[in-house]
Design a protein. Sequence first.
Length: 211
Amino acid sequence: MTVADVDEAGLVERLRAGDESAFAALVDAHHDALVRVAQGHVSSRAVAEEVAQETWLGVLQGVGRFEGRSSLKTWLFQILVNRAKTRGQREARTVPFSALGPEPSESEPAVDPSRFLEGGHRWGGFWATPPKRWDGVPDERLLSKETMSQVGAALGTLPPRQREVIVLRDVEELTSEEVCDLLGLSVGNQRVLLHRARSSVRSRLEEYLDA
């Protein structure tokens, strides 16, 4: 058993005992990510917030039945995804089609195609202009609230499924296998979605950090 396993077991016991500080810490750590993932299934951020709140209620009601077959974090997002899908299906039955705005296409290029070599080139498809290294950018700027807000804004512009994948992989640090199981994706599809999402976010940050 690892240290992380011991810590998680202790957290679960505290939650079962009704420890409000343990629950508050869990909410602080994961609420924003829950909302972002929920937005991939429902019509608005307001509805995603409602789904996240319902998820927290589900955690309180269900933690006594948590058996530890997965990590607490994975269990949390399983609850969220199930509730978000149900709400999204309900919305699809009640919201007129004309009221739905166009969704960003998952197949749209995440980065300006001109930054890649053309197909006729020997290295077609590779970077013509490689991403800039950020070694020279002060840590204070990389970690500033302004930079973090740019990351959040970039996540908000992603197609829903790309946003789900990058949040679960890079923010919540779930494994590829966990994300595939959670979202019903193949390994290859998950890899492509993650690459596109990371490329798009990096492109947005390049523009900001070069300004």
